[in-house]
Design a protein around this ligand. Structure first.
Ligand code: SF4
Ligand code: SF4
Length: 403
């Protein structure tokens, strides 16, 4: 009974928040379009991305949505910073962002893109011969073409997981060249594995301007991430947070949603975070993210909601990418990447991204199928074998069903 009451309370919180917004949207009005727009305007909180001087709302536009209308609505609400990457949705995400910004003044938005080059997932090192200066520049110029712009504001080395990769010379040379040619204003790294090491290396490099890092209330190593973020901000780097809502749902059946506003507040209350890219996929989720800027203090209910999953022992869908599992797996398969794919599929319902993520590892899922009892010890308590069996089924879904 007590448990039900608690869950009811959580639902009420979300419902009340949405009812307020929905009410505003449908109320009959004698106001002009401009007045209506003004009335519905959301509160924006702006911060500056370190020494870059780029200023934008603390909520930016992440890359999970498939519908350009959601992005247009985000811009109408005052959001200005888009995050994309050459690998998202096989380049189609950059094309979509390009369509949304088309015709708008170039100084009315900020674009971040990232280039991912072949990397050994286990060591986090780039693969020489494949990760070259030329390959990076060629991929980035394709990105500019898809976006339909002459330059981006921030260009990242994508998905690093080892400090040594931060100063990998062929890519540093490419970034330098692109900056010199005015094709990017600033450069940086993105990281969702081994964050403290990569962030610290970016600070020490004195080369990078921005770090984009996973950061959320469910990270087992959140204290270390927080410390490195503080160090980066102090050194003048811009700090952007991702994976802010830790997988969106507490459960794979998507019955128990994480309180998105509260989870985002948890990140944004850290003033060393200059902006965030929550992965909203719908208008409802966009509204939940915008609500974080109304008041960064937690309500009592929000505090309870964040604690709820912990108290109920729910593991959620977010994999901390700590890699502890890899050495405890008999076959040392690439579990963290598989778990990320699982989160994209079950949390964000982004099946194309889930399949792209796991595609190079599908052969390894076969090893898991044939393995006996699982020896893996997961930091989040996941039943890894079961999750791999679930996500491996995506192999049988034709790509054109996912486009
Ligand atoms: S069942 Fe899968 S995850 Fe577990 S030890 Fe075997 S291969 Fe590794
Ligand atoms: S599956 Fe578990 S142990 Fe492995 S990286 Fe994710 S959270 Fe860490």
């Amino acid at each position: 009974m007590k448990k039900n009451e608690k869950k009811q309370g959580r639902r009420d919180f979300i419902k009340i928040g949405l009812a307020g917004i929905a009410g505003a949207a449908v109320a009959p009005s004698l106001l002009s379009a401009d007045e209506e727009k003004k009335k519905n305007k959301k509160k924006l909180v702006n911060r500056t991305l370190g020494k870059t001087g780029l200023k934008c709302p603390i909520v930016s536009i992440g890359a999970q949505a498939k519908d350009p209308a959601v992005y247009r609505a985000a811009m109408d609400m005052g959001l200005t910073h888009f995050d994309t990457a050459n690998s998202y949705d096989n380049g189609n995400h950059e094309v979509m962002v390009g369509e949304v910004i088309k015709g708008r003044p170039r100084d009315s938005y900020i674009i971040t893109t990232k280039v991912h080059l072949p990397m050994d997932q286990r060591t986090g090192q780039f693969i020489p011969g494949a990760a070259t200066t030329e390959a990076f520049i060629s991929a980035f110029e394709t990105s500019l073409g898809r976006l339909g712009i002459e330059y981006v504001d921030i260009l990242h080395m994508h998905a690093l997981s080892a400090g040594a990769a931060v100063t990998y010379e062929p890519i540093v040379l490419a970034l330098e060249k692109m900056k010199k040619e005015g094709k990017t204003r600033f450069v940086g790294v993105s990281v969702h594995t081994n964050e403290p090491e990569v962030i610290d290396a970016a600070v020490d490099s004195k080369f990078h301007d921005v770090v984009l890092t996973a950061y959320n209330f469910k990270q087992p190593h959140m204290k270390e991430v927080r410390k490195s973020i503080a160090r980066a901000a102090k050194a003048g780097l811009g700090v952007v947070a991702m994976k802010t809502q830790a997988g969106v749902y507490w459960d794979r059946e998507r019955q128990k949603k994480i309180n998105m506003t509260a989870a985002l507040k948890w990140v944004l209350r850290d003033e060393n975070v200059h902006t965030s890219i929550p992965g909203f996929t719908s208008m409802e989720q966009l509204e939940e993210d915008m609500a974080a800027m109304e008041n960064l203090n937690f309500s009592d209910q929000e505090k309870k909601d964040l604690e709820l999953g912990m108290l109920d022992g729910m593991q959620g869908l977010y994999c901390a990418q700590c890699r502890r599992c890899v050495d405890t797996c008999r076959h040392h398969i690439e579990i963290p990447t598989m778990m990320r794919s699982f989160m994209y599929a079950y949390g964000y319902r982004n099946l194309a991204k889930a399949k792209d993520t796991i595609r190079p590892l599908l052969a390894e899922t076969g090893k898991c199928r044939e393995c006996g009892s699982c020896t893996v010890d997961c930091a989040m308590g996941f039943d890894v074998k079961e999750k791999i069996a679930d996500i491996a089924r995506i192999e049988n879904v034709p790509d054109d069903f996912l486009a």
